[in-house]
Design a protein around this ligand. Structure first.
Ligand SMILES: Cc1ncc(COP(=O)(O)O)c(C=O)c1O
Length: 405
């Protein structure tokens, strides 16, 4: 509704007061200076550029990440080096980072995969010891007053995404977060020179929710949603999350401003962050309780939380991950029932699975835990439109499939 109302105010699309207000709101919430850009990947690029590192400096990133992360590293003239993850948390560990540190390492990017907090304190300590910049990638989660406490506490630099499926959404958007005055000034200078998205690009983004609601979703049951999406893309009426060139490893160095209208949407969502996270906690809690009671194979870090976990200790997961030997088979069976759990994070160490791996710098076999996890993972949705009833229905459908896994 809010998107619809804002779409009737074309004079407010590109520029206005929302961007600055949103940056102030981010600062008030997270205690970092915030500078907004059109996407999280651009915010990361801006941060990396603000460090002025020698070309070819190495940036450690985890195996099991999105291709836009190494793309931003490469666009900044740096080299992505992959460290393995722990299969207990889907995140970096001190040991896996130490294993790939060289004298060229200048940055470590710590991703809190799907909202599971990485051990940011220990990773920061390692980075301080080695004089390496430490960046938190908060694309999958933003903390509220109930946590996760470890996130956005131990870093001087971080970035957030306000894309469609993120912790809070402005349909598109990102923010570079800094606790270093010099870097903040650099970021502000980059923002001043950043371009606006075109009017047409903004219209397409604003119409995305309505197109999904009115055209794509009604066709899901009829098996026509995929073709409808292809037609919308071919007619350039739909902005994909990843452009074809990005899947080939390319990102331009041009930075764009977050459209004013998207900043206004994201600011409204930020004011409801606790509510949005609580919804994710509730849905994740339903999966967790059931998973524990019937022994679903899930992540150790989730399984060993307090019994029964207090509502506030459940993580606001972006999705609830499990490991199955036959995850693809389960997804195919669910698809027959019109339940689509393909989220682009399966079967790939640099995701999605149709990325040109030769452009990512990942060497096959170098992160065995990431490879193994990505093959066996099945992630259950927790998104804001999902109801508790739908989560329970999904559990009921999944149970017989998982027992035969
Ligand atoms: C782990 C991770 N980091 C960064 C990003 C970048 O966010 P954005 O889509 O806003 O560029 C994404 C999402 O695409 C992501 O999944």
């Amino acid at each position: 509704m809010r998107t619809l109302r804002l779409s009737y105010q074309p004079w407010n699309y590109k520029r206005g007061s929302a961007g600055k207000k949103f940056e102030h709101a981010l600062k008030a919430h997270f205690e970092y200076d915030a500078v907004t850009f059109a996407t999280g990947r651009e915010a990361l690029l801006a941060l990396l550029q603000s460090f002025h590192l020698p070309t070819g400096s190495e940036v450690i990133v985890q195996g099991y990440t999105c291709v836009v992360v190494p793309n931003a590293i490469h666009a900044a003239g740096l080299t992505a080096v992959y460290a393995d993850i722990s299969e207990d948390s889907l995140n970096l560990t001190v040991e896996s980072v130490e294993a790939v540190i060289t004298e060229k390492t200048r940055v470590v990017i710590c991703q809190h995969t799907f909202g599971i907090s990485a051990d940011a304190k220990a990773l920061r300590a390692l980075c301080d010891e080695k004089k390496i910049y430490f960046i938190e990638d908060c694309a999958h989660v933003l903390p509220d007053t109930d946590g996760p406490q470890e996130i956005l506490r131990h870093s001087d630099f971080a970035f957030a995404s306000f894309g469609r499926d993120k912790a809070i959404s402005g349909i598109t958007g990102g923010a570079a977060l800094s606790r270093n005055q010099k870097v903040t000034l650099e970021l502000r200078a980059m923002y001043t020179h950043a371009k606006d998205l075109s009017f047409w690009e903004i219209v397409k983004l604003l119409e995305y929710p309505a197109r999904m609601r009115n055209i794509v979703r009604p066709l899901i049951g009829k098996g026509l949603a995929g073709p409808a999406l292809k037609v919308l893309k071919a007619l350039k009426l739909f902005t994909p999350i990843l452009e074809p060139e990005e899947k080939e490893g390319t990102m331009t160095r041009t930075l764009h401003r977050m459209p004013n209208v998207c900043a206004e949407l994201a600011m409204w969502q930020l004011s409801k962050l606790k509510q949005i996270n609580d919804h994710r906690r509730k849905i994740a809690g339903i999966y967790l309780e059931h998973a524990k009671s019937v022994g679903w194979p899930m992540l150790e870090s989730l399984a060993t939380s307090r019994q029964p976990p207090a509502a506030s200790t459940i993580l606001p997961l972006q999705k609830f991950p499990m490991f199955l030997k036959n995850a693809s088979h389960v997804r195919r069976e669910l698809k027959k029932k019109n339940i689509h759990l393909d989220d682009g994070w399966t079967g790939c160490v640099v995701c999605p699975d149709d990325v040109d791996m030769s452009a990512t710098g990942y060497l096959d076999g170098s992160d065995p835990h990431a490879e193994s996890a990505s093959k066996r993972i099945l992630s259950l949705p927790t998104h804001p439109t999902m109801t508790e009833e739908q989560a329970r229905e999904l559990i009921e459908i999944l149970d017989p499939l998982i027992h035969h896994a």
